[in-house]
Design a binder for this molecule. Sequence first.
Ligand code: AMP
Length: 259
Amino acid sequence: MLYSVRMRSAQGGAHEKGGKHISGAERIVADTALDKNVLAMVHRATSHSRGRADFISIKIEEIHRENIQYHPLLPVTFCEAGNVQEGRRVAQEELMRAGVDKIAVEKGFHHILALKDSMRGAMLLDATTGERMDTLESRGVRVTKMDIEAAETYEKTLAAQGLVGEHVREALVLASKVASCQNVVAELCWSDDPYYVTGYVGSKKFGYQRIPIMKERGNAVGGRIFFLKPDSDMEETIKYLEEQVVLIKGQEERTYVAK
Ligand code: AMP
């Protein structure tokens, strides 16, 4: 039996009561690994570098196999950047190469840089105008119900490329689900963990483009933007991102891609 496990945590009360977002996590796990994963999420919420959560919500739902879609893991490429300015310039160029208009790229950066504190989800922007398309304000759209199908092989493959730690493990799975959404042109992300300065641009066209530095060390504000095709149906897009169960297949075990 499989379960979707989702955690969100905040400090100063629940998110909806104005609490500051601390951390979140989403996994799809077998019943035999449920307790271990729930415990790890509690630990993460109470020992995060953004602060100690005093509100933790954990949601566990059984997954029916017939509802699972399978999508491929995005290939990883490594971009070069020696400082924040270079990192952001690379991200801007790659977003435009993936099909996001310059004005939308500029507005996307402005949106993240204008945040006083991190959101718990992502902003959806029109890839041609940069206008915000969702109405979820500071909550944003939280991508959930996804995981890697074969965790052990995945972790080994990542480690062989020098990619270790939870950040990249989770971000690559999330980016792969986001890129599988038919309305998404590209994604921009950098972390809200003050000690993790790496970011990425994700797209179906060019995969997961890892950028070594996107913000100054110690800065606890990060964000995510999904740039969408201008005529995207919001209800359908948000439903896919928040509710469709997706398992990501690594390169080796990729045999079937659900449409
Ligand atoms: P992280 O990469 O986990 O440090 O998150 C960076 C930012 O991405 C957060 O501040 C949120 O705004 C956003 N984010 C994190 N997790 C998700 C998610 N599952 N779905 C959508 N946006 C997310």
